[in-house]
Design a binder for this molecule. Structure first.
Ligand code: HEM
Ligand SMILES: CC(C)=CCC/C(C)=C/CC/C(C)=C/COP(=O)(O)OP(=O)(O)O
Length: 311
């Protein structure tokens, strides 16, 4: 363990204990986790099977811990990259506030714990899907693809698409057409979500030597591919309503939000490529988070409205 990580007072000179807890929490990427967990919770809520709220809470906790574990292992593996990027250089590992071995240990332990908890609380299908998500994010995205190909997030993005399917499986013990539709929704959402950010952070990625699309293929090609994925997202976002799993309320929200998301993609596509601040891309990135949260919130609200209206 390094001196800085060992000594409670060595880095900031502040009282150390709260800082350390905060550092370990930061390793779990809590803000990303919040949306991951939300989509998993919705998967449980909309499944046509009632599970005990305590079981549901344990399933959600398992998804949260699994997502955090994957985040900690990602930060352990990428500590060299994170040190070279303005956005990430103040993270606990590049600053030495947490030792690499501790981050890896936390990630591995939490992975095992989350899988055991999911198996015991729900079933092996949900635990298997959670394992697949963790392994995908760590091995396929972080270790294999991220440093090798500009399509890294298209394939690697599948990791973040698992949670609604995991939630559904936790409730039903099965995978369904709706679960697959929600997987595809997040899968197609991820490229515009991430490439919007990578447009205004491309200098960071260039410096760190990560072959993200704007670095390798340029802003124009990135914007073109963002437009394609955002257009493909529109019919997929409507799929839960077309499959009859939810009704017109969700369908209307999905249609309006998807057209608005497409509007963002068109505005980004129309902006000049040398506009290094990329304000349109910043707005699109922020909107991507609102988009996913709103669509997933609309799923149970639609079912609730149906029950109220139909008695
Ligand atoms: C491989 C797929 C993905 C990649 C490469 C990616 C990448 C990123 C990056 C680089 C950020 C920037 C964070 C910052 O500004 O420091 C971010 C933010 C965020 N992402 Fe993603 N993301 C992916 C998938 C997802 C998924 C599946 C979700 C949730 C369902 C998600 C939710 C979020 C949230 C909530 C934020 C905002 C975090 C904050 O406020 O700091 N992302 N993402
Ligand atoms: C349920 C479960 C196990 C889910 C795990 C999947 C997960 C956490 C997906 C989110 C993907 C994500 C935050 C990518 C960040 O990219 P990056 O690592 O390139 O970003 P960085 O540069 O900020 O580290």
């Amino acid at each position: 363990m390094s001196d800085t990580a060992q000594g409670f007072l060595t880095v900031t000179g502040e009282t150390a204990a709260p800082t350390r807890v905060r550092d370990y929490v930061e390793l779990l990427k809590p803000r990303v986790m919040s949306l991951v967990v939300f989509t998993g919770l919705i998967g449980i809520m909309i499944a046509p099977v009632h599970i005990h709220p305590f079981t549901a809470a344990l399933a959600v906790l398992s998804i949260a811990l699994g997502s955090g574990a994957a985040g900690a292992i990602n930060m352990w593996y990428e500590r060299d990259l994170d040190a070279r990027m303005a956005r990430t250089r103040n993270r606990p590992l590049p600053t030495g506030r947490v030792a690499p071995d501790d981050a890896l240990g936390l990630g591995v332990l939490l992975s095992i714990f989350s899988l055991l908890l999911m198996s015991l609380a729900t079933n092996f299908v949900a635990a298997g899907l959670l394992a697949a998500a963790i392994l995908f994010y760590v091995f396929i995205y972080t270790i294999w693809l991220k440093r090798r190909t500009p399509q890294n997030i298209v394939i690697g993005g599948a990791a973040g698409a698992f949670p609604p399917m995991i939630g559904w499986a936790a409730a039903t013990g099965d995978v369904s057409a709706v679960g697959i539709a929600l997987f595809l929704l997040i899968f197609l959402w991820t490229p515009p979500h991430f490439w919007a950010l990578s447009l205004y952070r491309s200098e960071d990625y260039r410096r760190a030597g990560v072959p993200m699309l704007p670095v390798v293929a340029g802003a124009r090609e990135t914007k073109r591919q963002m437009l394609i994925y955002t257009a493909l997202l529109l019919p997929v976002a409507l799929a839960p309503a077309l499959l009859g799993a939810v009704g017109w309320l969700y369908g209307a929200v999905a249609a309006v939000m998807s057209v608005a998301f497409l509007g963002h993609a068109i505005r980004v596509w129309r902006t000049a490529d040398d506009d290094s601040a990329h304000p349109a891309a910043r707005r699109m990135f922020r909107f991507s988070l609102l988009y996913l949260a709103t669509l997933f919130a609309a799923l149970p609200l639609d079912l609730l409205a149906g029950w109220v209206l139909n008695g």
